[in-house]
Write a protein that binds this ligand. Structure first.
Ligand SMILES: NC(=O)c1ccc[n+]([C@@H]2O[C@H](COP(=O)([O-])OP(=O)(O)OC[C@H]3O[C@@H](n4cnc5c(N)ncnc54)[C@H](O)[C@@H]3O)[C@@H](O)[C@H]2O)c1
Ligand SMILES: [Zn+2]
Length: 359
């Protein structure tokens, strides 16, 4: 088996590692990109004062839109910015990566090299965006999401400070935490799998089952927060090169049409695709290595976890029509679907959405 592995991001992990930000910035003119949450809490102000030579951009919403990226890129060009510090969840980090190109319209992005380096400081656990070459940007006018992939999107540093996640409400803990499980499981069974990513995925899956219910139940459980931050990082490393598969492909229309948050939309179909992927020998061996008796027990465990942490397990409340289901099927045909180890046909997608419609 031939494979390639690359991980250019310098990783700093641990409680209070945010204090290392000034030395990683090292005097460069910085744009602190963050979400309104941190401005309201006073943290943005405190951090920008510590950095000194720093401007702030905090107009970032969940699933950031191309227009928000363009505004931030304008700030990068106009402010002669040398470095972006991205403090936030995947939405903030992805926006910062896309804006680091400094181009006028991200919708016209082809494959430019990044001009400004990004220091990613995740505050959810999470997307793993701090170590990936992906930036997911929405085009709300078109009603679509575009995962842009370029090696120039790798941040220069990832500063992972689990204490920054203590303030996450249970709902965001659950939504972002189930995304970690999807990254790990999908990275593992991906057609582009490789041994280094496999071992990261294996470890991340175990951590999520052990610690996500604890972090959800008690946001101040410091051990659970630290382990979820570790799981998020490992899962990011596990899927960055292999890429995700069917659950992520289906999540894009579920988010852009029905506004279901990213992680919840991915997790919604993970147990279904686990059962479909039973035909894949690697999926079966992963599940055995995790000490589950069979594929169905593992799929049931995912379903139970979703229920335990208050995530949706169906789409009954949306009263989906035949047309709605057909639209979901068509828009689920993202290239990630082709990365699934078992071929996902229209019939399988129809079965999936009909099942979710009733639940
Ligand atoms: N680049 C990648 O590799 C990658 C991978 C997976 C997902 N994504 C993308 O990332 C986005 C989702 O990111 P996310 O799940 O991290 O959520 P998010 O960044 O959208 O944040 C969700 C909410 O939580 C708030 N928040 C964040 N940190 C907080 C904290 N510590 N305390 C209180 N509130 C806080 C935010 O302000 C926001 O309102 C989606 O757009 C998704 O497509 C990217
Ligand atoms: Zn994801």
């Amino acid at each position: 088996m031939n494979w390639f592995y690359e991980q250019p991001v310098k990783i700093i992990f641990g409680n209070n590692s945010i204090n290392k930000l000034p030395e990683t910035v090292n005097g460069r003119k910085t744009l602190l990109v963050t979400s309104p949450h941190f401005t309201k809490s006073g943290f943005t102000d405190k951090l920008s004062k510590k950095l000194g030579n720093c401007r702030v951009f905090d107009k970032v919403s969940p699933n950031p839109d191309a227009e928000e990226v363009n505004l931030c890129a304008k700030e990068v060009r106009g402010g002669k910015i040398e470095c972006i510090a991205a403090l936030g969840g995947g939405s903030v980090i992805d926006l910062a990566k896309a804006a680091s190109l400094g181009i006028e319209d991200i919708r016209k992005y082809t494959a430019e090299k990044s001009k400004v380096s990004v220091i990613a400081i995740p505050t959810t656990a999470g997307t793993g965006s701090e170590v990936t070459n992906v930036a997911v940007i929405s085009d709300r006018k078109k009603g679509s999401k575009m995962p842009l992939v370029s090696d120039s999107f790798y941040p220069e540093y990832a500063i992972i400070d689990p204490s920054l996640t203590y303030s996450l409400p249970p709902r965001v803990t659950a939504v972002s935490g189930i995304d970690v499980l999807c990254h790990a499981v999908e990275g593992y069974w991906s057609k582009n799998h490789q041994p280094i990513c496999d071992s990261m995925a294996f470890q991340a899956i175990k951590l999520v089952f052990d610690y996500l219910p604890r972090a959800y139940k008690n946001g101040n459980d410091t051990e659970a927060r630290e382990k979820m931050a570790e799981a998020s990082l490992m899962a990011g490393l596990a899927f960055s090169q292999p890429k995700t598969t069917a659950s992520h492909a289906c999540s894009f229309p579920l988010t852009s049409i029905y506004g279901i948050p990213h992680g919840e939309a991915c997790g919604l179909t993970l147990d279904f695709f686990t059962r479909i992927n039973e035909k894949d020998p690697r999926t079966r061996s992963l599940i055995m290595a995790l000490e589950f008796t069979d594929v169905n027990t593992f799929a049931d465990k995912i379903f139970d976890l979703k229920q335990k942490i208050g995530l949706r397990t169906g789409l009954k409340d949306l009263n989906l029509s035949k047309e709605n289901i057909n639209e979901l099927i068509q828009k689920s045909k993202h290239p990630n679907l082709l990365n699934n180890p078992v071929e996902i046909t229209d019939e399988i997608l129809l079965k999936l959405y009909n099942k979710l419609k009733e639940r």
